[in-house]
Design a protein around this ligand. Sequence first.
Ligand SMILES: [Zn+2]
Length: 271
Amino acid sequence: MTAPCEIRQLHAAQGAVIAIKSRPPAKYSPKPAIADSDGNQIHNEILLSLPPKERELLLPKLELVRLKTHHVLHEPGDTLKSAYFCNTGLVSILSVFPDGRSVEVGLVGNEGFVGLPLVAGLRTAATRAIAQIEGSVFRVGGETLVEIFPQCPKLERQLQQFSQIMAMQVTQIAACNRLHELNERLARWLLMSADRVGSNSLPLTHELLAQMLGTRRSSVTVAVGALQKAGLVTHSRGEIEIIDRRKLEKAACECYGIMLRQVEEWHREAR
Ligand SMILES: [Zn+2]
């Protein structure tokens, strides 16, 4: 994960004008660096939270896979041969309709995992999982994961808890898609994405945002323009930069805060 100070340095080096007035993404919390046996740094919070004994058992069974934008991890109806601990980047969970339309119902970054039906002993995907911001995942075989659970009770419990977090998130986003205005949903989506990639700079096109928010590209262009005019974000060359996070939080619907508070509450309960 790139720390906020590193983001500033990166943009300065590229000659871009940038003024981050906001605080860091909500989830940003520096952790000690841990790498797998190939030297790949681990950012996934589930892997980082495991006791050393469980991590030593699991790590040799993981393979780091680089994901480009639009890489599909699974489609509805697919047999889940693999599962993924998201390490960097952003994965969207989409509900897909027979006519090809889709709308996003969940977002997974380095806090999470893709392949949750396996945790409940199920094998078939019900959604599409697709990389929206390029990054990397640690891939594990589905059978391998299930076989290791008896030796890794903390891992199994962590994945069960993440399953509940995703269920809560999907429920909230379903209501949000039905009840809240596009501008509010866009602000909520940008905040959620920034939290998950650990950066206020998001490589996103209007077309991608339209797919995620289940609306037309022209509507997204108007909504992004409104946020930009209000001084909350800047947008250029397929990149949206959050420049005033506090104001963006005020512009977002209440769904962002509801989900954040629920996850924090569950994290407190789980300690
Ligand atoms: Zn909402």
